[in-house]
Design a protein around this ligand. Structure first.
Ligand SMILES: C[S@@+](CC[C@H](N)C(=O)[O-])C[C@H]1O[C@@H](n2cnc3c(N)ncnc32)[C@H](O)[C@@H]1O
Length: 452
């Protein structure tokens, strides 16, 4: 029982000096659950954050680190488990740093995430306790396992070993894995073949990571990232793997960021299951990792914004047009903004290939750019990276857009930005949680803001 990273929660920003770690083990009662999944206990009046422990349990812990105001420990034995505990499905769970909630039943994970966000919304003054019921929408869910269509694995290789996997808990060491329970099943078929082929490469020690992806046609793509070019004979042997297994393989040099070899010209494709749009992208481009959830998010975005042919919509942080293109089908005008010129070009190309002539895309840095809103713009989609959209939100007040749909992968920056919007005159009409990353503490939030 010694899983779990010591990663601090996003909110836990205080700096602490390390102290002498208490020796031996202790039996503690877990009285609270942190948002990052760790249990909270007390030992000699001091707070202890305990990896792998659930609220209500009594656990034997081993201390790992000690600071002035708190200690960190890991559970070594669960003495009295709660009914929310479940045997983790993954054989690597104890050591791998990929997931951190597999020891909690799925329904308990969902309730825990939902309650934690609702509580913080109220604490931040974003909604009142008695308003929660009227704004909260049902949770969007997918299969709890086999949901990821992409992953980035670290590699540690030399002449004696070839280790491929995620970094471990509390460690920078890579945990060697043959399969991953949250990956789409097709990728788990590819993984052992890839390992076999890569472990025989003569320049394998220069490989740092591999990116692995399955598109909506079920085709696998792999990018091998190394800090020097692979030998020609290595590329030849990857070509054999690509031809035999129909895998799109490319190699990228991390020093100059150049992709210097690609087994074929095929690009990954997303075709929405309702066939409304399709888009091409490359392995380097941002895509939402859970395709089932992504489709549900797109549908919910269009529904919540109640898009019509009168609307002029802006999509900020638009990437390859994941939300812009399906939304553009229903509106008069769609303008997308995104920092990556490469993705902006792809969004424009994808719009053209879908026969959409009402879209325009611009490459800008939205952390510093001053937005000029055409007076027709009445709806806005906002899907920033983890840092959030503080600079953008400051420009949206006093209220100038009728509806803002905010999608966030980081509750902390979402709360901060929501406060700017609400203090500036918007109200929250709807709030929905999205379980994009089951078995982990991570959660996606969607909120609809409006003003009179
Ligand atoms: C969470 S992703 C969302 C992308 C897209 N909406 C989607 O669903 O695929 C955030 C996007 O913001 C872009 N981005 C990051 N920093 C940015 C910045 N400073 N200005 C504009 N775009 C930025 C990233 O390149 C990425 O495409």
């Amino acid at each position: 029982m010694s899983k779990f990273r010591s990663k601090k929660s996003n909110l836990q920003t205080f700096k602490e000096t390390k102290r002498q770690v208490p020796e031996g083990t202790q039996v503690l009662s877990i009285v609270e659950q942190l948002d990052d999944g760790r249990g909270v206990a007390k030992f000699k009046g001091k707070i202890v954050f305990v990896d792998g422990a659930l609220k209500g349990e009594t656990v034997k812990v081993q201390f790992k680190k000690s600071f002035k105001n708190f200690d960190e420990a890991t559970s070594v034995k669960i003495i009295s488990p709660v009914s929310d505990r479940i045997q983790p499905q993954c054989q690597y769970y104890e050591r791998c740093g990929g997931c951190n909630l597999q020891h909690m039943k799925l329904q308990a994970q969902r309730t825990f995430k939902q309650k934690s966000i609702e509580k913080r919304m109220v604490e931040f003054g974003l909604v009142k306790n008695d308003e929660l019921e009227s704004v909260i929408s049902p949770l969007l869910t997918s299969d709890p396992f086999q949901y990821r269509h992409r992953a980035r694995f670290s590699v540690e290789a030399n002449s004696h070993k070839f280790v491929l996997g995620f970094k471990g808990n509390n460690s920078n060491k890579v945990v060697d894995i043959d399969s991953c329970e949250v990956l789409l099943p097709g990728l788990n078929t590819v993984l052992p073949k890839l390992r076999l082929s890569m472990s025989g490469l003569s320049y394998r020690s220069s490989i740092r990571e591999i990116l692995i992806l399955e598109d909506s046609n079920g085709k696998a793509f792999i990018q091998i990232r190394s800090n020097k070019r692979l030998a020609d004979r290595d590329v030849d042997s990857l070509k054999v793997l690509s031809d035999r297994e129909n895998i799109g393989i490319s190699c990228k040099n991390l020093v100059d960021q150049m992709t210097y070899w690609s087994s074929d010209d095929t690009q990954p494709l997303t075709q929405l299951s309702n066939e409304s749009v399709s888009y091409n992208y490359s392995l380097d481009d941002f895509t939402q990792i859970n395709p089932t959830i992504n489709e549900k998010m797109i549908q919910q975005t269009c529904e919540w914004l109640d898009l019509s042919e009168e609307d002029h919509v802006i999509d900020l942080f638009c990437g390859i047009g994941n939300f812009s293109l399906p939304a553009a089908k229903n509106v008069k005008g769609m303008t997308g903004y995104e920092i990556s010129e490469k993705m902006v070009k792809k969004a424009a190309q994808n719009a053209k290939e879908n026969g959409l002539s009402n879209t325009t895309f611009f490459a800008v840095d939205l952390f510093s750019h001053s937005l000029k809103f055409d007076r027709h713009v009445n709806k806005l989609i906002l899907d920033p990276p983890r840092a959030g959209a503080e600079h953008v939100c400051a420009q949206l007040v006093p209220p100038r857009i009728q509806y803002i749909l905010y999608i966030s992968c980081n509750p902390s920056s979402f709360f901060r930005d929501s406060k700017i919007l609400i203090d500036g005159g918007y109200v929250i009409d709807k709030l929905g949680l999205i379980d994009m990353f089951p078995q982990t503490e991570h959660v996606e939030i969607m909120a609809l803001f409006s003003h009179q």
